[in-house]
Design a protein around this ligand. Structure first.
Ligand SMILES: Cc1cc2nc3c(=O)[nH]c(=O)nc-3n(C[C@H](O)[C@H](O)[C@H](O)COP(=O)(O)OP(=O)(O)OC[C@H]3O[C@@H](n4cnc5c(N)ncnc54)[C@H](O)[C@@H]3O)c2cc1C
Length: 389
């Protein structure tokens, strides 16, 4: 029997540097030893995250991994992708925590913030002492985020914010909320110091079937007064939030492979041990066809992610490439998780096995950061030059 612990069928490790392999190894060990023993307890509660692991995550350089300066690890984009993969091998909620902190919160401060904003927020965010959240989606505007109703109006030298954001990862945990709002000059980003913002509230959303090991909240802003220094000065319009989403979607294209690999590892082992009709489940032709499909799709996804990373390091990445990789890799990860859940039979519906947890998590990942359909439309427009209605 082949060893699929790392699921490296096409010897992709030969294409990686030592630094990239080391980054992957350290996160794999952390997830195996520290995170996986805790996840069952957290998913049995709704919306709880093992916050006690945050200092260790910071120590490993998991916040702002591919950013430089301000205490960030400054690794390349392939190493960053492998880190995301290993986190999501644990759980999509764990990867989401790091994605939101690094790609959706630290990235815009790093790219568009003033020097004072960078000095104030980035070092404690890299150290995991300050947690961020990213508020774009609203109750009535998800895919069409530019329709947002949250407004920031000038008042004297500062601003007043009013509006509601929904489905915000880490909302109630956040010390700093990056909120995107309509202004007279188009959409702009504001950094709300949540501990010192009268009129700001972040209640949690309960009853989730998916991403239960992750905090998801609403953000309410009622006459929240902010100084002009709280506005991100370096960007105006939807380019601001969309450029952050490109960063996070890049991480997702890698991350979901970790979830798929976890399901694949589990089902290869299980099918060897499970006896059905006089022999191992693994010895049946139908099972082998399913496993062959899973391995092939994971391998194709790995090659897509790796080339995406190399292009990103060379400054040649285009957002449509990220759309293709996010769309494809989430889709195949979901297929692998569903197939593994099916092969587990009844055992597949309990949390002693990972497949169903990954499967329901991946339903969220298919929806957030641009739904599968939205990425289809982005690719369709790129191919035809026509924006579909
Ligand atoms: C657990 C979780 C965490 C999240 N975290 C965050 C976060 O941290 N910050 C944040 O800002 N947001 C976050 N989101 C929100 C997420 O990004 C949105 O849910 C997503 O953008 C989709 O928006 P929607 O839910 O309003 O769905 P809708 O936009 O209403 O879409 C519903 C359906 O319609 C389809 N559709 C939409 N437009 C079209 C079209 N033009 N043509 C054809 N079909 C279309 C979609 O593909 C989908 O199938 C999170 C969501 C979840 C579930």
């Amino acid at each position: 029997m082949a060893d699929f612990q790392g699921v490296d069928f096409m010897r992709i490790d030969d294409l990686l540097t030592e630094e990239e392999i080391l980054a992957r190894q350290s996160v794999r060990e952390f997830v195996t030893k520290e995170f996986l023993p805790r996840i069952q307890e957290h998913i049995r509660q709704d919306g709880s995250f093992p916050m006690e692991l945050v200092p260790q995550m910071a120590e490993l350089g998991l916040f702002g991994t591919n950013l430089s300066g301000y205490g960030c690890a400054g690794l390349g984009n392939v190493a960053y992708g492998l880190v995301m993969q290993e986190l999501e091998r644990g759980d999509s909620g764990l990867r989401s925590f790091a994605s939101v902190q690094g790609s959706l919160c630290m990235y815009p401060i790093h790219a568009y913030g003033s020097d004072a904003q960078k000095d104030r927020w980035l070092p404690p965010m890299a150290a995991g002492e300050t947690i961020g959240c990213f508020g774009l989606t609203e109750p009535d505007f998800g895919s069409y985020a530019q329709g947002m109703r949250t407004k920031a109006e000038r008042k004297g030298d500062g601003w007043v914010l009013n509006g509601t954001k929904r489905w915000i990862t880490n909302g109630s945990l956040a010390h700093v909320a990056i909120v995107w709002a309509q202004t007279e000059d188009g959409v702009q980003g504001f950094l709300i110091d949540t501990q010192n913002a009268p009129g700001f509230d972040a209640p949690d959303i309960k009853g989730k079937f998916s991403l239960r090991g992750s905090v998801t909240s609403e953000l309410y802003m009622k006459d929240v007064e902010l100084p002009d220094e709280a506005r991100l000065p370096g960007v105006q319009g939807m380019k601001g939030p969309l450029s952050c989403l490109t960063q996070a979607r890049y991480g997702i294209a890698w991350g979901v492979l970790g979830a798929a690999m976890a399901c694949f590892d589990e089902i290869v082992q299980y099918s060897q041990e499970r006896l059905v009709q006089g022999g191992p489940l693994a010895g049946k032709q139908l099972t082998q066809a399913k496993l062959a499909d899973m391995l092939t799709e994971i391998t194709k996804g790995q090659l897509l992610a790796l080339q995406l990373g190399r292009l990103k390091d060379q400054g040649k990445l285009e957002h449509v490439m990220v759309s293709m990789a996010k769309r494809n890799n989430v889709d195949i990860a979901l297929q692998v998780a569903r197939g593994a859940r099916d092969l587990l039979g009844a055992n597949g519906i309990v949390d002693d096995y990972q497949a169903m947890r990954h499967m329901v998590n991946l339903e969220t990942v298919r929806t957030y950061e641009g739904t599968h359909d939205i990425h289809t439309l982005i690719l369709g427009e790129h191919i035809t030059g026509m924006r579909a209605l």
